[in-house]
Write a protein that binds this ligand. Sequence first.
Ligand code: AMP
Length: 249
Amino acid sequence: MKVLVPVKRVLDYNVKARVKSDQSGIDLANVKMSMNPFDEISVEQAVKMKESGAASEAIVVSIGPAKAQETIRTGLAMGMDRGIHVTTDEDLEPLAVAKILKAICDEEGPELVILGKQAIDNDYGSTGGMLAALMDWPIGSAANSMEQAGSELTVVKEVDGGLQTVKLQMPAIVTTDLRLNEPRYASLPNIMKAKKKPIDAKTPADYGVDTAPRLKTLKVTEPEARKAGIKVEDAAQLVDKLKNEAGVI
Ligand code: AMP
């Protein structure tokens, strides 16, 4: 069974995002970029499936600028077998990404595609669902755990205030949530080995996909700064303020 894992290069989650002065987006000049955290979880899942013998080949794909190759190398160092790099300098919208991934699925024939439930830069949370629709495959989204038996997958999904268990027939799509696993760190020998693993170089045009944007970003703004808090003298004053100032009790 082939497993395909799409990974996106995004602003590192530890870095505080700075909005550009013209409010056109986030300033990415000279800031640390890393693999989207949900995608690290997808890679870990695919590598685990390889180690258990459930998967025969695990392919990592990234659609992005030249430096996205580093993100693919990270996946290869974690244990993926080979990479596909679709080069573009645009930050593509989910539908364009999903169409490219569909073309790759048609070519590679994976039985399982594991995506992150969202990329932490744009927070679209849409690509997995769109790919499932384009492929006409079932999707287990926001997976908290997953188990495979033959061509059947059981996915426990995170839903508001609980868990939902679904069964799906492969080929299928899974999107990963934070509790699915703890991604490994690549060891130095594996980082060295990853340098020799093959990465196919492609472009969106190779897949005949029109990547023209459908959305226009009007402006990006910082969240409103939090107002300073106050210290209360005692519980009675706290109750008084909650009742008479905040109006919450
Ligand atoms: P989004 O719908 O943008 O929140 O992204 C959800 C998931 O789609 C990510 O976690 C990735 O698995 C995949 N994805 C989105 N954009 C890309 C990209 N440019 N290259 C590869 N995978 C992507």
